[in-house]
Design a protein around this ligand. Sequence first.
Ligand code: NAD
Ligand code: TYD
Length: 349
Amino acid sequence: MNLLITGGAGFIGSHVVRLFVESYPTYNIFNLDALTYAGNLQNLRDVESRPNYTFLKGDITDASFLEQLFAEHRFDAVVHLAAESHVDRSIAGPMAFVQTNVMGTVNLLEACRRAWAGDYAGKLFYHVSTDEVYGSLGENGLFTEQTPYDPRSPYSASKAASDHFIRAWHHTYGLPVKLSNCSNNYGPNHFPEKLIPLAIHNIKEGRPVPVYGKGENVRDWLYVLDHARAIDAIFHRGKVGETYNVGGVNEWRNLDLIELLCDVMDENLGREPGESRKLITFVKDRAGHDARYAIDSSKLMKELGWKPSVTFEQGLKKTVDWYLANGAWLEEVTSGHYQQYYARQYGER
Ligand code: NAD
Ligand code: TYD
C-alpha cells in the first residue's frame, strides 16, 4: 500500500503519521506538507528515519505538482488533513482558506481521479473534516451525521465546501471516499494559537490568558491520539461513501476549562493554588463566535467499536506534562512570526 497523508507535519497529521508508520510497517507512508507556519518536521523526529516513511514537501494548491507526484508514486490511498485550520486567522484573511481548503482539496480529488482512471479497486480517499461545518448549537442537542450544514466562519465554510466536493466526486465519478467530522482536539504538538496550548504557554510565562467574550462558549474536546485512533478505525473498517462523527463526549465552557487548566498548571509549576487564575483576562469576543459545539459519535462507537481511551483529566495532564517537558519546541514555534501574529490578534501585551 502506497499511502499519501497530507498535512502530516501539522498537529493532528503528525499523530496520524506516527500511528500509521508504527502500526503498519508494510505500508509505504508518504507525508505531503507545504510546511506553512503550522507545519513542523520536529513533530516527527522520532519516525523520520523509519524505512516505511518519506517526507515530500509540496503545496496542494499546485495542481500540476500534484499530477506529477501521483504519476511518480502510484498512491493507493489518501488521508487528507492538509488545511488552514484556525478560525481567527480565517477571519483576518479568508482567501488562504479558500485556496488550500477548497482549491487544494479539489486539486487532490482531481489528481486521484486522473491517476486512478476509473479503476477504483483497493483505492480510497479519506477526508478529515470538522464538526464546525454543522454550525452552532443552542443549549441542547448534538450534531449527528444528518445535521444540515450551516457553517458560519470562513474556516468552517471552507471545510464545508471541501466536504461537499468530496461527496460530489463520490456520487458523480464513483471515487471511493470516506469522511469524518471531529470536535476540538488537544494534546502534544498543538500550535499555540489555539485555546489550550496558547493558555498553557501564557500561564507558564505569567502572561494574561485571553478569554473571548464572557467565556461561555462551549466546545467538545478530544485527545488528539484518540482522533488518530478513530481515523485508523474508519480508514480500515469504515464503509465507503459514509461519514463518521468523532467526539469526546466532553463538553466544556471555555472559562471552566481555562480555570481547570490554571489549577493543573499551578500544581505542576509548584505555584500557590489559585495563582494562575489571576492571569485570566476577558478580551473582545471573536466575530460570529459559535456558541456551542457538541457531537454524537454513537455511529462510530456502535459500528466500529471506537471510544476515547483517556479521560479529559488524564489527557489534560499528559498535555501539560508534554508542554512543560518540551520548552524548546514551544520556544521555537513562538519566536519570529508568532509574535507578529500575537500582537495583531491580541494587541501588544
Ligand atoms: P494544523 O494547522 O496544525 O496543520 C495543518 C498542516 O497542513 C500543516 O502541517 C501545514 O503545513 C499543512 N498545510 C497547510 N496548507 C497546505 C498546503 N497548501 N499544502 C500542503 N500542506 C499544507 O491543523 P490540524 O489542527 O492538525 O488539523 C488537521 C486537519 O484536521 C484539518 O483538515 C482540520 O480542518 C481538521 N480538524 C482539526 C481539528 C482540530 O481541533 N484541530 C478538529 C477537527 C478537524
Ligand atoms: P480555538 O482553540 O481557536 O478552536 P475553535 O475556534 O476551532 O473551537 O478556540 C476554542 C474556543 O476558545 C473558542 O470558543 C474560542 C475561544 N478562545 C478564547 O477564548 N481565547 C483565545 O485566545 C482563543 C484562541 C480561543
